[in-house]
Design a protein around this ligand. Structure first.
Ligand SMILES: *Cc1c(COP(=O)(O)O)cnc(C)c1O
Length: 383
């Protein structure tokens, strides 16, 4: 059997299931444990403001104050996405033929960083071992990832060390703190990237906080203005409605849900181990990488001749279909990682008990085995 994972069609299938569930059982029946909340908690008063030219002015003032409290720095730049901030920073600060040095706790890096390096004709070097980091005369930008897409967290020592190395050579430091701005702070008590000495930092307003998908950058007024120019030239800024949603999310944000999940995740982990499952922990939950899923399915007697991405996606779709639990592979953008990650700090975690979740996770493995052995992978993905 050969089936190609058509990611665009696969995402349509995931969204179709969600839409049907909303029609049949109501939106509250869904349990979103992706950790990507997409909250948009604006009031009718906010909407009337947005209908006037006053809106952008009002929300820009509020985002400046709340953003600086959350991230540090002198000035805040709201963006359409975190990716927009990464792209604009590299276009603004990196000249062709020069080099970007990137330090992160563990691969993979967010693809927008090497992709934009290529776009501007810059060299790109990535390090995961602090002793190997080489910042030479060619380098025009040092990037640090605070917390990776798989929630691997940088140590504070490594953080300070890389900033120090860059600043000795007068090279600016830009931090991709998409979820790090909360995970690093709430769980590991680390300072903001700016307080650690970074020149610029960007975070995602939908990661571990109840905001819309968007990006928020902080830094010195001078650097932010330089990047803002590029952001406006390329149309990468957040529009006023998005900024209004970010303001609400920052007003509501509290680190408690993250801190509770950090404590409870060990219990979840132990319950999974009791079932002889083999998950990896994250700061606020657990995850199965695509190949861990494939291994578990084979252990349970599945005949599989497709790769891990496909069975991980089938797993995520069945978890959604049968238990209403949303994880990223069923609904993520094409190219997103096919890791099934459960974020116990998601607000929907209050809709399900630990034991119900563990049962759903365990039973879904059996359900995927059945689908594999009945040659039904294709119909689960596309029909
Ligand atoms: C999520 C993430 C991004 C990109 O965020 P978008 O909202 O998708 O643009 C970049 N870097 C890291 C480390 C991330 O986790």
């Amino acid at each position: 059997m050969s089936i190609e994972l058509n990611e665009v069609k696969r995402r349509e299938k995931g969204l179709k299931i969600i839409n049907q569930k909303i029609k049949d059982e109501g939106v509250d029946s869904l349990i979103d444990l992706t950790g990507l909340a997409g909250g948009f908690d604006i009031t009718s008063e906010d909407i009337s403001l947005l209908e006037t030219y006053a809106g952008p002015a009002v929300f820009d003032e509020r985002i400046q104050k709340l953003g600086i409290e959350h991230m540090g720095g002198e000035k805040i730049l709201p963006l359409n996405r975190t990716t927009s901030g990464i792209v604009a920073t590299i276009i603004a600060l990196v000249k062709p033929g020069t080099k970007i040095v990137h330090y992160l706790a563990k691969e993979p890096a967010h693809p927008s960083i090497p992709r934009t390096a290529k776009l501007v004709g810059a060299k790109y070097e990535e390090y995961t071992n602090i002793d190997d980091v080489l910042i030479d005369e060619d380098t025009t930008l040092v990037v640090i990832t605070g917390t990776t897409m798989d929630l691997e967290v940088i140590s504070e020592d490594a953080f300070r060390c890389v900033i120090d190395m860059a600043h000795k050579k007068d090279i600016p430091v830009f931090v991709d703190d998409a979820s790090g701005a909360r995970i690093r702070r709430a769980v590991y008590n680390q300072p903001t990237a700016i307080d650690l000495g970074a020149d610029l930092s960007v975070t995602s307003t939908d990661k571990l906080m109840e905001g819309p998908r968007g990006g928020l950058m902080a830094g010195s007024e001078e650097l932010i203005d330089e990047i803002k120019l590029v952001v406006n030239q390329y149309g990468l800024e957040a529009q006023a409605p998005l900024v209004a949603g970010m303001v609400k999310a920052l007003e509501k944000y509290s680190p408690e849900l993250i801190q509770e999940a950090f404590k409870e995740k060990d219990q979840l982990y132990d319950k999974l181990l009791d079932l002889k499952l083999n998950p990896q922990t994250t700061p606020t939950g657990f995850m199965f990488k695509n190949n861990n899923i494939k291994e578990e399915l084979i252990k349970r007697g599945a005949n599989i001749d497709v790769d891990g991405d496909i069975v991980a996606t089938v797993y995520s779709i069945l978890l959604l279909e049968q238990y209403n639990i949303i994880t990223i592979p069923a609904v993520g953008m094409p190219g997103a990682s096919k890791t099934v990650r459960i974020d116990w700090s998601a607000k929907d975690s209050s809709k399900i008990s630990m034991d119900e979740l563990i049962t759903a996770i365990n039973k879904t493995f059996d359900n995927v085995v059945e689908v594999c052995n009945n040659n039904c992978l294709e119909s689960v993905l596309y029909e």
